[in-house]
Design a protein around this ligand. Sequence first.
Ligand code: HEM
Length: 400
Amino acid sequence: SNEPSTSGVFARQPAPLQDREGRLDPFDWYQKMRDERPVSYDEERRAWDVFKYDAVRTVLSDYETFSSDTPPDDDSGADDSSPLSASMISVDPPEHERLRQFVDDRFQPDAIRDRRPYIETVAESLLDDIEGETFDIVSAYSFPLPVIVIAELLDIPAERRDEFKQWSDALVAAPREQTEETLRKNEQHRTQSIAEMSSFFRNALTERRGSDRDDLVTLAANAEALSPTEQLGFCILLLIAGNITTTNLITNAIWSFAEQDILHAVASGAVDRKQAIEEALRFRSPVQAMSRVATEDTEIDGVEIAADERVTAWIGSANRDESVFDNPDEFLPERSPNRHIAFGTGVHYCLGAPLARLEAGVALSTLFDRYDTIELRDDQFQPVSSPIVYGLESLPLHVE
Ligand code: HEM
């Protein structure tokens, strides 16, 4: 058949979020599903969708019943040869620990805090480069910042960031118009990108094996517990996992603060910046969904799910669940407690969460320190064309 052959975590995605009933916002749809069919089967994707907070947490964290080792589409005939399937995000315990442990220290809040001066320098210099008073904050700032930071951690040339972006975009993209042709092209692009990333990192790993450099590629190259394919999977995962996500956290935070008219309050400290960023993570979660596969016949909230069926956990819906959050559709910058699960939960809880929080904090304070006035230029947003990433391709601002 001409079914797209996708692999691992990104397999069989729903249509891009903004295409659901013609809106950017999937939130009404989530609400309807939470009310009417909180655990439901999507015939088209042949996958279960789970919408309520508790069930989403169960699917994400109960790895014995819901495995992250999602196979490629069974009817595609493709083998799951992507190195990403040998990375921590696609692997269950006990292997998972082996693939994460060697790097865990490097991402602890204490270790990450040392990066602050560097991140501040990058943020300042990106703002220095902006010309004029009206510009797109995504291309000037939210996009390059995380890429430059991760490129430095991996010690790979940040100048190639446009290429890195194309590679990452290809992995999470879905065509707006879903025909056999566009899906096939999308899949081709994805395969091509994985091939390019693989050859890029294979060279870097070979070069650095045995060296005493201090970067994460060298750390992986010298990690004896990892096979060469697992080392490669780690590098690719790191390059893609932290970029589109953090870009959209920064963008969605600026967008939400401007919309709520709290930019000044956050800038002056009248509203706590850290808490406001947590609310942005909840309200416009950069990652809206993650998928698992059932390891055995099971049930969620009384609905039976058979072994080997796919289950998509809607993080974006869980974070709007009225049984956990009061007034879930309101952006309350000082919401407390704020038990959002934008970084997931359980053993796969985001490795990069401390880094993402630090980058967003630095990005926003540097931006607010620079300008007295920041305004949204218009409301013609271009959403990211992805079924799982929520954010904007561009966000025009006017500053003074
Ligand atoms: C895992 C979200 C930034 C690296 C995850 C997961 C989520 C997530 C939801 C869980 C996946 C699952 O359960 O299957 C986000 C968001 C970010 C962000 C919203 C930014 C706002 C980053 C950054 C990095 C990173 C900056 C690295 C530099 C990872 C890795 C995993 C992961 C390696 C896999 C962890 C594991 O499987 O043990 N992220 N992430 N992320 N994230 Fe992030």
